[in-house]
Write a protein that binds this ligand. Sequence first.
Ligand code: PBG
Length: 336
Amino acid sequence: MNAPWIAPFPVSRPRRLRRTETLRRLVAETRLHPDCLILPFFVQPGRKRRDPVPSMPGVFRLSIDELLREAEAACAKGVRAALLFGVPPRKDPAAKEAYAPRGIVQRAVRELKRRLPDLLLITDVCLCEYMSHGHCGVVRRRGGEAFVDNDASLDLLAKTALSHAEAGADIVAPSDMMDGRVGRIRAALDEKGFSHIPIMSYAAKYASAFYGPFRDAADSAPQFGDRRSYQMDPPNAEEALREVAADIQEGAEIVMVKPALAYLDVLQRVKATFRRPTAAYAVSGEYAMIKAAASAGWLDEKAVVLETLLAIRRAGADLIITYHAAQAAEWMREAG
Ligand code: PBG
């Protein structure tokens, strides 16, 4: 009866549902809404500072006063959540500014909470922006060789997360990729009265070349070697499931896959396997690629951004971290 491979008519024809915009929207399986977007910000010391990041047109390193203005504008466009990265005044081998009570992120969180209490604040918990050597953990020597010491890094990461919660962060997001950091952060938060603060872990974070522009923005490129001894190896997807399982077991409420576009298969498997709130990070290099092609007139920025975000949602992301968040929120609202 319904054997289209034998009889082409009359059978259901998918094209009948594509005839008008209204019909297409009626049967759309995936929808975009500003609620699922998270906008990253880079905050630095000083006043009235708004330094452009050359490889990320439209993205700036902002002093707190400028951050407040920019965040307010983003909220007006429909953004409801922000992710904060700090560019500290000085770096050292113990990342002291990462957990300083009046560090740059801690102050920014306090000010943002005062001025925009409804904006959800997520803080990136990592040491690379604060370490003189630019690695995400403590560097030690073994024999003649420098290495990133996993366990020596955990206390500093927990202190950093705690200082963010004390400042008023709504969610803390460890991005360092040390083993065991989620558990250590959870314990530190619980012990100090922050058992209500969720953890969004960068669970499957790959050692990716797509982070290049971010490292310009955050001034966090490693001074020697690379991050391949702690971030994930791009060939591995099974391992991503083990990373996510470990982070959930240690107390992560939200798990992330990063980068997004080149790892949609991983994202889909993570969502299908664990059914947890799942975030995807459309990283700096993804942003830079679209911006570069759009400015050359080779791609339609709005169409490509919305298609990309849709693809990330379709693959399984509940939340998307994107530098396009403010503009995308506006485009989504326009589309109604
Ligand atoms: C810090 C961190 C990085 C990113 C987010 N948190 C850089 C890195 O791991 O080198 C990258 C974000 C982006 O590229 O947009 N560890």
